[in-house]
Design a protein around this ligand. Sequence first.
Ligand code: NAP
Length: 533
Amino acid sequence: MKIAVIGAGLSGLTCIKCCLDEGLDPTCFERSDDIGGVWRFSNDIEDGRASIYQSVVSNTSKEMMCFSDFPFPENYPNFVHNSKMLEYQRKYAEEFNLLKYIQFKTIVISAKKCKDFESSGRWNVTTEKDGKQETTIFDGVMVCSGHHIDPYYPLESYPGIKQFRGQYFHSHQYKNSDGFKGKRVVIVGMGNSAADIAVELSRTASQVFLSTRRGAWVISRVFDQGYPWDICFDTRFENFKRNTLPMGITAFLIEAKMNQWFCHANYGLQPVDRTQFKEPLINDELPSRITCGFVVVKPAVIDFTETAAKFDDGSIEENIDVVIFATGYSFSFPFLDESIIKMENNKANLYKYIVPPTLEKPTLGIIGLIQPLGPIMPTAELQGRWLTRVFKGLCPYPPLNMVMDDIAKKNKTFIKRFGTKRENRLQVDFIEYLDELAADIGVLPNIYSLFLSDPLLALALYFGPCTPMHYRLVGPGKWRPAREIIMTTWDRIVKATKTRVLKKRESSFSFVTKVLGALCVLAVFVAMVMCKY
Ligand code: NAP
């Protein structure tokens, strides 16, 4: 089967590998001249490409966000800078020989159903390279084009911005703090981009104002006992608690946990609606910059004048030089017809968040159009494994009425957990979602039976972090080192930070234990010898 993979970022790379693992024949089309997608930093802002700032560091940890059969090198830190993320992708591509399947500088113009689609499920994919167009027939399409490409710029909400005499732009265009010395900056929005940029600029600008409509919980990368936050947060046990307790109790427990570090209300950050879980900010420095006065948290901006920003509590900040709209992204698929995928209020209705439900044959899927409360890379990888097995007919695909029922059911749960706000529209529960995909393709380990056959592993799977290797223990794609890697997760996390080790004085206890152990072995040996004679 010939499969078109659109985009060679992290999702695209892993989808090429998923195809190869299933014996499919992938061709990947990448509009730029290199792999890396959003993680390949460039000083230039290229049309149609995601853009990051120079200082971006991952906000999920390496043990959680690696591909399931390719751990990060042990000498990498727990949270990795974008340059290291790119390095990791290059290693992955090299290890599995993926580059030869990629056609660089090739733009996908359209993917259209073939005339006999109802029976064949095939696609006509038209691409353009060096001004020349070409159409090729594929048996399946994996859309991995990313979703941080089209900045969402709600300028119509602020008519006064037209009179504003300073500079204004979207966070998509922000690269570093050069040129901000002594400036008074307003940042609109409270997502991870806004928080990162506010902290960075607070060291250069004379004042940073961070404006939020809804507030957010802030989590430090350095979580309980210094372990990465996601290692503690994304466990099956924690997830079970969060999803089974009544909503009010869960909200109370989350609030108590979040306020352990600092009281969010006292820092002006407390979320407006505690029960609907907005994506938290992962930021170690924001509270410190606030308490030192370099960042001032403000409520929603209502408008701008020539020189000032007006806020909805009636306050006005004068002499503003720069406004940065860190207001997130819109999602679109210009190469697909609206009859195939339609974004409504920034959300598409997709079966398992992958396949457009109205397709007569499930031969096209969108990978990575999702925002799990956990890492995106293993999520995209499992989506790729699921979709390639659907392509091959090895994963059951239900009839349309069941597909629609499933989407409706998920939408209901979604609204209960995450609400209806535009910027929450891609959220899913990380472990629940991965387990569901894994169960469909037979790679979900049975923890209950493992409690009998391998209790230590069962404990690690249930109470430990839900690392990607959990989905390599059984079934198609089983990978032998997975168990060992799961059981040594904590060692690698500590190794990444414990770069200075004190020489311990051997305790008298361990000495006594060793002597007693040796005596026991000796006694058994003597007893065996005596029995023989
Ligand atoms: P985002 O998460 O969508 O946040 C945008 C924020 O803008 C919203 O939270 C909202 O905050 C505000 N907003 C939205 N619409 C608005 C409107 N009409 N008017 C005023 N404010 C509005 O966008 P992002 O921060 O750019 O992040 C995008 C994705 O990249 C996220 O998944 C994020 O986690 C990820 N990211 C990762 C890193 C990292 O790995 N280090 C860094 C940056 C971003 P209020 O409602 O509070 O105003």
